[in-house]
Write a protein that binds this ligand. Structure first.
Ligand code: ADP
Ligand code: MG
Length: 209
């Protein structure tokens, strides 16, 4: 990448996750095994350690490096799923010029790969309940030519709505699926961290605009 956007995003996301770590740990303790935030922080620390290297790369190989690093350092179900997201985005990004529209399509393809990897879809109380509606919203808004700040705002609102929708769901994938109705009333940890990351990105992009 030609500027320092990726390192800035990694820093900002790390700060957000740090600030919300107790809450996320509590969410995963309630209906999982409590390690989601630790897994994610391990991945983010690994990304911070290679920031200089990432900064030298064009964005498709940078996304590949991010995905491979998350895949090999995070662990947990979320490690392979977030890894898949970035690796698939990297593949979709090859040969593309970075615009809102191409990014929307690339993100959409990354989320599709996460669905395949997790054998999961909307309504199963996972990170996909944040990621799928967010990817759809971004694609719709970029196709419609929605003004940039409005598009960012819509994306962050959609991510929040998707995250919140997991509260009243029964889980059919992941550890929370063992709990049946007892999972109702708890937001999914991966849906929350996905939303926190999307909102951090939209905030930073809006500030820079
Ligand atoms: P683990 O469940 O192995 O302890 P983490 O705690 O790091 O891994 O991540 C748990 C999160 O991963 C869940 O909150 C959920 O959002 C997501 N997740 C788990 N299984 C799936 C799946 N099959 N598809 C999509 N997301 C999933
Ligand atoms: Mg866990």
């Amino acid at each position: 990448m030609s500027n320092s956007l990726l390192p800035q995003l990694i820093q900002a996301i790390s700060t957000t996750i740090e600030n919300n770590a107790d809450e996320v740990a509590e969410l995963d303790r309630a209906i999982g095994d409590g390690d989601h935030v630790i897994n994610l922080q391990r991945g983010l620390a690994a990304l911070q350690a290679i920031e200089a290297e990432l900064n030298e790369l064009d964005w498709p190989p940078a996304l590949m490096k991010v995905g491979m690093t998350l895949m090999s350092t995070m662990g947990g179900a979320s490690g392979s799923l977030f890894g898949t997201l970035f690796i698939s985005m990297s593949k979709a990004a090859r040969g593309q010029i970075l615009t809102t529209e191409t990014f929307a399509d690339i993100f959409h393809q990354g989320v599709k790969a996460v669905k395949q990897r997790g054998k999961a879809d909307l309504g199963e109380k996972t990170m996909l309940d944040t990621l799928i509606p967010s990817a759809n919203r971004l694609r719709e808004d970029s196709a419609k030519g929605t003004e940039y700040n409005q598009l960012l705002n819509n994306l962050s609102e959609q991510a929040i709505a998707g995250m919140a929708s997991t509260k009243d769901m029964i889980a059919t994938k992941g550890r929370a699926s063992f709990l049946g109705e007892r999972a109702i009333g708890h937001i999914d940890a991966g849906a929350r961290t996905s939303q926190l990351m999307i909102c951090t990105i939209t905030d930073l992009l809006a500030q820079q605009n």
